[in-house]
Design a protein around this ligand. Sequence first.
Ligand code: DOR
Ligand code: ZN
Length: 347
Amino acid sequence: MTQTLTLIRPDDWHLHLRDGAMLQAVLPETTRHFARAIVMPNLVPPVVTMADAEAYKARIAAATPQGADFTPLMTLYLTENTDPDDLAKAYASGLISAVKLYPAGATTNSASGVADFDKVRPVLERMAEIGCPLCVHGEVTDRDIDIFDREAVFIDRVLDPIRKSVPELKVVMEHITTKNGVDYVKANPERLGATITVQHLMLDRNDMLVGGMRPHYYCLPILKRREHREALVSAATSGDSRFFLGTDSAPHPTHAKEAECCAAGCFTAPVALACLAHTFEEANALDKLEGFTSLHGPAFYGLPANQDTLTLTKSDEAVVFPKDVRTAEATVTVFDPGFPVFWSVPT
Ligand code: DOR
Ligand code: ZN
């Protein structure tokens, strides 16, 4: 018996599309399922000005498959030199939907990020004034803070002080990975939302480390212990509109993942919705999936939900997903949760 599940067409509120050959290869994997995506600006060099974002948006448009109905929602990469006027102009024109804060050195291509948070306060104040959301990579980078504690420490030392000093600023805690993150969102209902990834809902650090190290599960923030995963699943499946999908699908060539020093990121775009249907069904919450994938994000960003729909089917046999996607120069390994998934989006 085939079961089906029809959702208002989903959006992805945190996505890495890269550039060049990689953009060309991975973009169709998103446009096939998602109507809109918040596109991360951590290119090399990063997307820091309105002109950069315009040019990147044009490259994305050029790489979009013919006939696809897809709108990239652009972001700027916040630096200590960001010009508030340029940012405000980009936001007022509708070109950008948010600004991304990477603490310097926190993750892939974050070297131009923020080291001194006082230096960006005038920009944050301007963003609060114009209503432009700040998407935050919430990890401290101090060498003396254990990698598994970096999110919790960031909330106390950086995020909470920023929110208190610029209370009107709208903030998205990107890819939360801990119970601390869930609790912080719940305790602060005003102007605060959080995205959650597929891999953090499905896996914990044991899946990555027990019985051998699995580089394709290595991402930042790093997978945490099981109780954190459980807190994320209950937040995502609760129906609380402050939690929504941001896949953080982050493609790297397979050779860069299967390397002595493995790049951070899971390439989940092709399988994200199938994996989520699995996870929500396991939590007895299939009825909450549409809110998480298609309603809560637009509501937070002040956009209408999409008008069309997408249908998932569940079959009796485990679905065989493509192992990788090919770019002109390399392959990119597709995320595999390591157990059978019976849901898919028929092509
Ligand atoms: O795992 C990650 N990969 N986390 C990030 O924050 C960045 C991303 C990337 O760009 O590869
Ligand atoms: Zn990301």
